[in-house]
Ligand binder design. Sequence first.
Ligand code: PHE
Length: 335
Amino acid sequence: MSTPDTVRAELLARIQSSDQPHEVLRAPELRALADEIKTLPPEQRANAGRALNELKQALAVAIDERQAVLDDAALAPIDVTAPWDANSKRPDLLPTEYGSRHPISVELEHIIDIFTRMGFDAHESRQLDDDWNMFGALNFPEGHPARDGYDTFRTEEGFIPPAHTSTMQNRVLKDGKAKLEAGGQIASISYGRVFRNEDVDATHEHTFYQQEGVFVSKDATLGQMLGTLRAFFEEYYGQKLAIKTQPGYFPFVEPGLEFLIEKPASIGGKPGDWLEMLGCGMIHPNVLSAAGIDPTKYRGFAWGGGVERMIMLKYGIEDLRHFESGKLAFLRKFA
Ligand code: PHE
């Protein structure tokens, strides 16, 4: 008959050589010992049971020690400088090609580069915001129908995944106030994801990207804004462009405009193919005041518009839905 002592020596040895030491707790020898106890005369059972429990505890300690050794060994040989497949035990499960940067990341970098060279700083917008930054600070009165124009999502707690990058305006203005009052200017770009409760089709997405500019100085003008936007778009598309504006309504600018460019012949445009690229205008005095900036001393302009739309025009992409689809056939075109 096996005794706890002979089983102990055998199982401890097995733990030391096992890759899965906890499996040893299921060894048939342990079950056999437990079964034997039931066959013992009643007066011997208590002692035998105690011996078995003591054995199981000793095994558990040995298992933990062995597992720690295995865990350390599993970490040790990883060479982070090696090619991505060098450390894998299952190379058959690894991807067979390298990924690439998403076209939105690549193009945003280009957009930010142009604006930073023009003297703007740039920062990413938030992906969760509140009613004040989405509406209140932007001169949307409580209950104003213009709030409905944004098809805004809301969380159960009342937070808002921003429907436009203009949610950054109040922060940008407050942050820049000291600079302005020291005789400088605010020149800032916000960029990032925005969300609208839209029915999705080739030109509408629930999730897309915007870029937004805010400029404030003692004497900013609409002419400066149009010059800035023209320079930006001509640099982005690498050619001279015809531009025009038409009236547009946004509570946070006055006057408010839509900025259009004529689709260049080089990408299949005909004269009169005007495309609306963004909304813009002179920052409303109430928006400056909401950030503690005196609208009788300072003036500003702002613009904001979709990033995908710019990229679609640049590359002749027909369907906005490609960008969020994750489809490799689309992404490979930009690799
Ligand atoms: N936030 C506006 C929109 O998404 C665009 C805009 C930005 C208009 C800044 C004017 C000034 O519709």
